[in-house]
Ligand binder design. Structure first.
Ligand code: IPE
Ligand code: IPE
Ligand code: MG
Length: 241
């Protein structure tokens, strides 16, 4: 296999399915909510580590459209934690020059949460350090449904010619419109599923799965994932990418 140059061995965009908070807590005889708090703290460190390792875009899956089916107690604990995270993130974004955006349907979230998200996005919009996306009430299928509805409305009312709809056009209507597709997907906790994450964007992404639970996924683990990526020969349609 041809040796990659340094530039290509670091993924530009890493997406993470942060899984295993509940099992991490269970192993320690702690309530699940404690696992989520530990997971949230870990996000902060991983953002800094990712940037220091040369990653430009990081997207994390924080709450899926399916996660509403969890118990009311767990959903409210997660929402409370996520809101605190959004509020505290303003200071972190300033400190680390980090731009933060939320992907997902935020219209179903509380007004307080929506306000916190808007404040954070607006505050950090010109920062050119790590470009950090938090997927919140996010589902890949839901994202595609919302995009298709918008496009259908444009065909119906705004004179959009259906012939103009190609892959690039659809990409431009997704929540990730100005963000490149992930180069590397990481899922922690040993599950080998996509769980409705970035279905369109992951079409040619390399995948890395580890048994480590999310709160334990540290810089060394991130380095292992990047090393794995560096050893892959990326292909696109059977040709070297
Ligand atoms: C991931 O951890 C966090 C969210 C999905 C919000 P889990 O809560 O799924 O933890 P496990 O999979 O039950 O261990
Ligand atoms: C995926 O994890 C969603 C997030 C990490 C936010 P889940 O734990 O909810 O996924 P499943 O149910 O195991 O597929
Ligand atoms: Mg899980």
């Amino acid at each position: 296999m041809a040796k990659k140059d340094e530039k290509n061995s670091i993924p530009q965009h890493v997406a993470i399915i942060m899984d295993g908070n509940g099992r991490w807590a269970k192993k320690r005889f702690l309530p699940r909510a404690m696992g989520h708090s530990a997971g949230a703290r870990n996000v902060e460190t991983i953002c800094e580590d990712a940037w220091n390792l040369g990653i430009k875009y990081l997207t994390v899956y924080a709450f899926s459209t399916e996660n509403w089916t969890r118990s009311d107690d767990e959903v409210s604990a997660l929402m409370k934690l996520l809101k605190q995270y959004m509020e505290g993130c303003i200071e972190k974004s300033r400190k680390n020059n980090m731009r933060v955006r939320v992907i997902g349907d935020i219209s179903r979230l509380s007004k307080d949460m929506q306000d916190a998200i808007r404040r954070l996005e607006d505050f950090s919009k010109d920062f050119d350090g790590l470009q950090f996306q938090v997927a919140l009430n996010y589902g890949g299928r839901d994202e595609i449904v919302r995009a298709v509805k918008g496009i259908a409305r444009d065909v119906e009312s705004n004179g959009l010619d259906p012939e103009k709809i190609d892959e690039a056009f659809i990409s431009s209507r997704l929540d990730t419109s100005d963000i490149p597709d992930p180069d590397l997907l990481i899922r922690t906790s040993g599950e080998l599923r996509i769980s409705n994450f970035m279905l369109w964007q992951l079409a040619y992404t390399e995948m890395y799965f580890t048994d480590v639970y999310w709160p334990d996924f540290d810089k060394e683990e991130l380095k292992k994932a990047i090393e794995y990526y560096g050893g892959r020969e990326r292909r696109y349609g059977g040709r070297k990418a």
